[in-house]
Design a protein around this ligand. Sequence first.
Ligand SMILES: [Zn+2]
Length: 167
Amino acid sequence: MQNTVQGEATVYPFPAITPGHRLAPAKVGPRGHQTVVFVECPNWCTEDHVEWPERYAEDIDHRGATGATWETECLTKPHDRVMSLDAWLHSDAMASDSAMRATHVVLDDETTQAYLTPDMADRVADEIVSFASQLRQLARTARLHNAVNGSGSVADEALQRISGGAA
Ligand SMILES: [Zn+2]
């Protein structure tokens, strides 16, 4: 009977894990004195918290894989990624702002990161659809203008040469 009581005294209940999370190893501490601890990691987090150590456990944030991406080259810099937008899931469990603690969307143009609540991300998505329509209108106007004036893209110039017999 006494043995059973002693046995129970050494059993520690496994900590409850928040739904949608898993326990993941994370390396923390100053360089040369790092230890591995276990932190709650959202299921969508793809960050390797051991490979990317933080000095303090409070600095650990969670990042998902890039879930949306767009980039463009430029007429004068073909094959260069001159402008881009990437988006991924993010949360910062220790942030003072509850919206930053909650899962949100990061929009990144390689200069600025915009943190968006799900509602903000939906609004941005609607605006990007509208932007796409405006972009097509600009392309249509440019194409018509070039056709009328016989100048513009290499393709238009080639057509002009062919129709003008200059080729
Ligand atoms: Zn994580």
